[in-house]
Design a protein around this ligand. Structure first.
Ligand SMILES: CC(=O)N[C@H]1[C@@H](OP(=O)(O)OP(=O)(O)OC[C@H]2O[C@@H](n3ccc(=O)[nH]c3=O)[C@H](O)[C@@H]2O)O[C@H](CO)[C@@H](O)[C@@H]1O
Ligand SMILES: C=C(OP(=O)(O)O)C(=O)O
Length: 417
C-alpha cells in the first residue's frame, strides 16, 4: 500500500489535461457487451476501476486490448456466466453488468456492487426497472439473479433520480421488444454519453439528458468507435485545487457547460473563472467569501465535488454551509479535515465550515472524494508534510494525479506505507 505525501503551500500554476470521465467509462465498458462486433473506446481514463472492468469483460469471454487511452473490446465470444463475487465486489459500477447481460443473454447473476461506501446505496430502482421490463429478480445470498424469457418495453417512473438506474434500464431496454419510457430520469452528461454510444451501436434512444428518455428496442447491436466525454469531476477538483492554492491554472479538455454549477459557486466566492471553448482558467485571489452550496442532481452542484469543495471553503473568510441533497451522510472527509485543524461540524445533511488555516497531519482517505478533499487540503498547508493513506481510493478517480500536480508546481510524491 502507498501513501500520498504533500508539502503544500505552493500556488498551482500551468496547464492540466483532463482525462475521459470515469463514470462514463464504467458504463460504456458494459454497454459494449451488447454489441455483436468490436467496440473501440477513445479517451479512456487510466483508472483502477477501468482496469478491473476490463478484467471482468475478459472473464466473460470478451477480447480486450488496451493501449494508452484506447480500448478495443470484441464481445463476439461472450458467454453468459454468473458473477456472484470476486471483481464485481470491487467497484460500484459492476451493477451495469445486470442491464448489459440481461439485454444480451436474457439473464444475469451479479454480486452486490462495491465502490465507495460512504452510506447505504440501494439499487431498488434498478430492480424496479428490470421487473417492469418483464424480468424476474431474486436476491440469492447477496447476489442478484435476473432473468427474462423476453424483455418487453414498459413505462417506468423512477421514484428517485438515479444515474445508475437510468443507465441500467437504458442498457436492458435497448434490446427489449417495443418501446420503453423512463420518467424522472437522471440528466447527467454521462447518461448522454452512454446513449450516444448505444445509438452508434444501432440502438434507438431519444431524450437522454432530459427527464424523459424513450427507447425503441432493437434485435441486435453492432460495434462502433466512440470517444468518452471529459471527466467533469476530475476537472472540478483541479478547479478547486487551483483556487485553494491561490494559483493560476488552465484546465484543458473539458466541456465548460458541464461545470456551470462549479463555476457559479467559485465566482460567488470571488475566484476568477474564465470559460474558453474546451478549457477553463482559474485565477485564485488573496481572500474568498464564505458561501452556501447545495449538492443536487445534475445540473446542480455535483455531490462528487462536495468533499473537495469542503476543503476549499476552509480557505474562505466566515462561515459556509455545504449541504448534500443526494447523499445525506457523505462526510467521511470531515473528521480528517478536523485533524488538519479545520473548524467544521456536521448537522444533519450539512457541513458548517468556519474558514481558517489548516495544518499538516497524517490522515486517512476513507473514499475516493474524501481522498480528493484531503489532497486539496494538503496542498494549502505551507508547513510540514501531509500524509494521506487510502490512496487506492484516489486511484479509482484520478489518473496521473502526482504527475499532474508536480507539473503544476506542487511538491507531492508517493511512498510505501
Ligand atoms: C459509477 C457512477 O456513475 N457513480 C455515480 C453515480 O452513482 P449511483 O448511480 O450509484 O448514484 P444514484 O444516482 O443512483 O444515487 C442517487 C441517490 O438515489 C438513491 N438511490 C439510487 C438508486 C436506487 O435504486 N435507489 C436509491 O434510493 C441513492 O442512495 C442516492 O441517494 O451517481 C452518483 C450521484 O451523482 C455519484 O455520486 C456517483 O459517482
Ligand atoms: C462515488 C463515486 O463513485 P462510485 O459510484 O463508483 O463509487 C464517485 O465517483 O465519487
Amino acid at each position: 500500500m502507498e501513501k500520498l505525501m504533500i508539502r503544500g503551500g505552493r500556488p498551482l500554476r500551468g496547464t492540466v489535461q483532463i482525462s475521459g470521465a470515469k463514470n462514463s467509462a464504467v458504463a460504456l465498458l458494459p454497454a459494449s457487451l451488447l454489441a455483436e462486433t468490436e467496440v473501440v473506446l477513445d479517451n479512456l481514463p487510466q483508472l483502477s476501476d477501468v482496469a478491473v472492468y476490463s478484467e471482468i469483460l475478459q472473464e466473460l469471454g470478451g477480447k480486450v486490448t488496451w493501449e494508452g487511452g484506447v480500448m478495443k473490446i470484441d464481445p463476439s465470444g461472450l458467454v453468459s456466466k454468473p458473477m456472484p463475487n470476486g471483481k464485481v465486489n470491487l467497484l460500484r459500477a459492476s451493477y451495469y453488468l445486470m442491464g448489459a447481460l440481461l439485454g444480451r443473454f436474457g439473464e444475469a447473476t451479479i454480486g452486490l456492487p462495491g465502490g465507495c461506501n460512504f452510506e447505504p446505496r440501494p439499487i431498488d430502482q434498478h430492480i424496479k426497472g428490470f421487473e417492469a421490463l418483464g424480468a424476474t429478480v431474486t436476491n440469492d445470498h447477496g447476489s442478484i439473479r435476473i432473468s427474462a424469457k423476453q424483455l418487453r418495453g414498459a413505462k417506468i417512473y423512477l421514484d428517485v433520480v438515479s444515474v445508475g438506474a437510468t443507465i441500467n434500464i437504458m442498457l436492458a431496454a435497448s434490446k427489449a421488444k417495443g418501446s420503453t419510457i423512463i420518467e424522472n430520469a437522471a440528466k447527467e452528461p454521462e447518461i448522454i454519453d452512454v446513449a450516444t454510444l448505444l445509438n452508434s451501436m444501432g440502438a434507438k434512444i431519444k431524450g437522454a439528458g432530459t427527464e424523459t428518455i424513450r427507447i425503441e428496442g432493437v434485435d441486435s447491436l453492432h460495434g462502433c468507435r466512440h470517444s468518452i466525454i471529459p471527466d467533469r469531476i476530475q476537472a472540478g477538483t483541479y478547479m478547486i485545487a487551483a483556487a485553494a492554492t491561490r494559483g493560476d491554472v488552465l484546465i484543458d479538455n473539458v466541456i465548460p457547460k458541464h461545470l456551470e454549477a462549479m463555476t457559479a459557486k467559485l465566482l460567488e466566492m470571488g475566484v476568477q473563472v474564465y470559460e474558453l471553448d474546451e478549457a477553463i482558467r482559474i485565477v485564485g485571489g488573496p481572500s474568498y467569501e464564505a458561501i452556501d452550496v447545495k449538492a443536487l442532481v445534475y445540473p446542480g452542484f455535483a455531490t462528487d465535488l462536495q468533499s473537495p469543495m469542503t476543503s476549499l471553503l476552509t480557505q474562505a473568510t466566515g462561515v459556509s454551509i455545504l449541504s448534500d441533497y443526494v447523499y445525506s451522510n457523505r462526510f467521511k472527509h470531515v473528521p480528517e479535515l478536523v485533524r488538519m485543524g479545520a473548524k467544521i461540524r456536521v448537522e444533519g445533511r450539512s457541513a458548517i465550515i468556519e474558514g481558517g488555516p489548516l495544518n499538516a497531519a497524517k490522515v486517512q482517505a476513507a473514499d475516493l472524494r474524501a481522498g480528493a478533499a484531503l489532497t486539496v487540503a494538503g496542498l494549502t498547508v505551507s508547513e510540514g508534510i501531509t500524509e494521506i493513506t487510502g490512496v487506492e481510493y484516489i486511484d479509482r478517480g484520478y489518473d496521473f494525479l502526482v504527475d499532474n500536480l508536480r507539473r503544476l508546481g506542487a511538491d507531492v510524491w508517493r511512498e510505501n506505507e
